[in-house]
Design a protein around this ligand. Structure first.
Ligand code: ADP
Length: 760
């Protein structure tokens, strides 16, 4: 066989195992990054089978071949469970077919099965080549030129089951599908006071079930990592009765398909239904969500994050040398991490073994910190019975157990007030609801302050009950009302009076920039106003995602999904004509929404205030666009942050593009405006809200116990919720443009460039 004539690097990309939404985004990013680096990229169709079969199974991809796939579910290059590849002979044919194209670099997107197949292939590679040389199927020179298989693995799995990465491609979209279904079921269930048993995917991993239970406001969950002890049916029914007795109108139990009892006996959704029907006497229905979870358009996260992963995987493989160790590329928090493939697969396979041997705690730990934390949060969210805060008989043993779970030993019950300040963010309601439920469970009285600091000043404060917040979880908006207004100096006195008269012991401010500044102000004035000497905690909620200390704020993911869906529709509307769109997003001076939606929506250009916008740059874009349309482009998309430049407005850019296009294309602008604030919160925003609120209550609980009164702002950083003293609030922020000085997401800029700047 002649060696491939073109000596440029050649990279193959394939998707294998179960399909997952977001695989297309990764394929597109791998292909475009490879092409933009001057190398060649080949799609291997139908997973490993494409390389076993060769021929049409391996085809070179050009830039345009991966256009218009970002928004599609599944994988456009196909996936397959290849039996042939499990055999030496199949892998031998695969190696031969790859070398026919000069490919010795691979990016494989799949689950742990696919990744271990890849590792097997890597290990066999020298032996396979030796055999091919011996059989005269390849030349010794070809074998010498390709001494090793270089690769990177990306995890495509809706189960989020790979140990070593916080998230896998497809899991967020699957959660979207599940929560859409649960929200829909909840409304009908509540109308009829019915029970629903919802079965979700997850043979060995309860991620989807657990997260869906928290984000969907469900009452009980059964997952493989935590098989219930004998007699669990009684405990489940008692818990459901308690919730009903306290005002729940429906009952929702989530069962992971791999849920088992401690004996190893599967727990089926039909069995759970029978139990509920018999013991609670409730009309109970089962909904098995099945493949719906794999279907539909990928979420915004599964597009921008998978694009980032695909970009990194291509760079990794293109720079690899025969001695390199092939990694799995994933995330720890918002950082791209590389873990040795063999370790990741081995640790993933430990989980079923840990479950089998009864080491449930360790099985949960393998799933990462947030998993255990969520399991605990769910237990508290569904239980309306206050912890016996003032009961002296609360044993030392119980206290130690609670402390181990991150719950401070209960002190005397306290009165905690919640308020929202800033712009409206989807998920404010979810956070307030979770705060009320967790607060009550932890023995406190929860108070709602209407309309931010204005309501606080006017004493618009009332107690919130467990049942009262029932429907807040899925509702966008803010039942408590939200105002941007900051307190003035003269309002500090009435505010401190309000806190005193309502005996407020702590304040949770769930909101945005002005809320943080307001709490900072109250904190500074505590010497003059003794009523302000209480713990105050700020929780980030803003679609702008511009708050210090947090990689994400509640609401940003929802707004991002709204923008991404709007872009999808615009693109469909423009596909029939040669059209350029300029879309304007919110975000104030923070470009997160613009850049992330540009990545998720497949924009060619993104204009951000952080980078500035010059006439020269605009001119360069105009010439590029003109040539690009002349060469056959049909659609162009630019996303502009609302404050990118005070003079080069969205309207200005649209007019320039139109004028300079000389009729080659027409231009439309879309200012998305307040729709970005109006949606039902996404699962990610609901989960972030639950974690932040649980932590905030923990922070105030600790202070009640210690008798201190410090104020903090909380954030999600490095995958965990962290706290920062409010006194440090303005240390690392740009006060003029109201955003943190360091913004992690700017690392996505080169990713967008690599996938958007196509050849003219
Ligand atoms: P997933 O990747 O979603 O876990 P599978 O476990 O079905 O899905 O694996 C997908 C494919 O990967 C298999 O059909 C097979 O082609 C390949 N594969 C899995 N394990 C091995 C192995 N040990 N050796 C070779 N190929 C394997």
């Amino acid at each position: 066989m002649a060696p491939a004539a073109d000596r440029r690097l050649q990279l193959g990309i394939l998707t294998s195992g179960g399909d997952a939404q977001g695989m297309n985004a990764a394929v597109r990013a791998v292909a475009r990054t490879t092409i933009s680096r001057g190398a060649r990229v080949f799609a291997i169709y139908e997973g490993f089978q494409g390389m076993v079969d060769g021929g049409e199974g391996i085809r070179e991809l050009e830039w345009e071949d991966v256009s218009s796939i970002l928004h599609k579910g599944g994988t456009v290059i196909g996936t397959f469970r290849s039996k042939d590849f499990r055999e030496w002979e199949g892998r031998r044919r695969a190696a031969r077919n790859l070398l026919e194209h000069g490919i010795d670099r691979l990016v494989v997107i799949g689950g742990d099965g696919s990744l271990s197949g890849l590792d097997q292939f890597r290990a066999d590679w020298p032996g396979l080549l030796a055999e091919l040389v011996e059989a005269g199927e390849i030349s010794p020179r070809t074998a010498a030129e390709h001494p090793a298989l270089m690769f990177a693995g990306l995890v495509g799995s809706i189960d989020n089951d790979l140990v070593g990465t916080d998230s896998t491609i497809g899991a967020d979209s699957a959660l979207h599908r599940i929560i859409e279904a649960i929200d829909a079921l909840a409304s009908t269930a509540a109308s009829h006071q019915r029970c629903f048993v919802v079965e979700v995917m997850g043979r060995h991993c309860g991620y989807l079930a657990l997260m869906a239970a928290v984000a969907g406001g469900c009452d009980y969950v059964l997952i493989p990592e935590s098989p219930p002890a004998p007699g669990w049916e009684d405990m489940m029914c008692a818990s459901l009765r308690r919730a009903r007795g306290n005002g729940r109108r429906d009952t929702m139990v989530v069962v992971a398909e791999g849920a088992r009892e401690r004996t190893g006996e599967p727990i089926t959704s039909a069995y759970v239904r029978d139990v509920l029907q018999e013991r609670l006497g409730e009309d109970t229905r089962v909904t098995i969500l099945g493949h719906v979870q794999r279907g539909g358009a990928p979420s915004a996260y599964d597009r921008w994050a998978s694009t980032w992963l695909g970009h990194e995987a291509a760079l990794e493989v293109l720079s690899a040398s025969p001695g390199s160790v092939g990694p799995v590329i994933g995330f720890h928090g918002n950082e791209v991490v590389r873990v040795p493939l063999v370790d990741a697969v081995a640790r993933t396979r430990e989980v079923p073994e840990l479950i089998r041997t009864g080491e449930y705690g360790q099985a949960m730990e393998h799933r990462g910190g947030a998993f255990t934390e969520m399991a605990q949060i769910l237990r508290e969210l569904v239980d309306p019975t206050p912890t016996p805060a003032e009961r002296p008989s609360f044993s030392a043993e119980s206290q130690a157990r609670l402390a181990g779970l991150g719950i401070p030993a209960p002190g005397p019950a306290k009165r905690i007030a919640i308020l929202h300040v800033g712009g409206l963010a989807p998920g404010m309601n979810s956070a307030a609801r979770d705060a009320v439920r967790l607060g009550i469970r932890r023995g406190h009285t929860m108070l709602g302050v209407r309309d931010g600091f204005v309501g606080l000043r006017e004493q618009a404060i009332s107690e919130l009950g467990w049942a009262e917040v029932e429907e807040w979880l899925a509702n966008g908006g803010a039942e408590l009302g939200v105002r941007r207004t900051l307190p003035t100096a003269s309002e500090l006195y009435p505010i401190s009076r309000a806190l005193e008269e309502h005996r407020v012991d702590a304040l949770l401010m769930i909101g945005g920039w002005n809320g943080y500044q307001g709490v900072h102000l109250l904190d500074r004035e505590r010497d003059r106003y003794p009523a302000l000497r209480i713990p105050m905690v700020c929780l980030p909620a803003s679609i702008d995602n511009n708050l210090p200390g947090s990689e994400f704020s509640i609401g940003a993911d929802t707004a991002l999904n709204v923008v991404t869906e709007a872009i999808d529709r615009l693109k469909v509307s423009g596909a029939a004509a040669k059209r350029a769109f300029v879309v304007e997003t919110m975000g104030r001076y923070c470009g997160f929404l613009a850049l992330a939606s540009g990545l998720a929506g497949g924009a060619e250009r993104v204009y951000l205030h952080e980078e500035g916008l010059s006439l020269d740059a605009l001119q360069a874009d105009v010439s590029w666009l003109r040539e690009s349309f002349a060469a056959g482009r049909k659609l162009f998309l630019a996303v502009r942050n609302e404050e990118a430049n005070p003079l080069y407005t969205t309207d200005f850019i649209a007019r320039v593009l139109e004028e300079e296009g000389s009729g080659r294309y027409d231009v439309r602008q879309a200012v998305l405006g307040h729709v970005q604030q109006g949606a039902s919160p996404t699962p990610a925003d609901r989960l972030l809200a639950a974690r932040l609120v649980s932590h905030a209550l923990h922070v105030v609980g600790e202070q009640f116990a210690a008798g201190t009164a410090e104020s903090f702002y909380l954030g999600l950083a490095d995958g965990a919720i962290q706290r920062f003293p409010i006194a440090r609030l303005n240390d690392d922020v740009d006060m003029e443009f109201r955003r943190p000085r360091h913004q992690w997401w700017l690392a996505l800029r080169p990713v967008l460039q690599a996938v958007a700047d196509g050849p003219v």
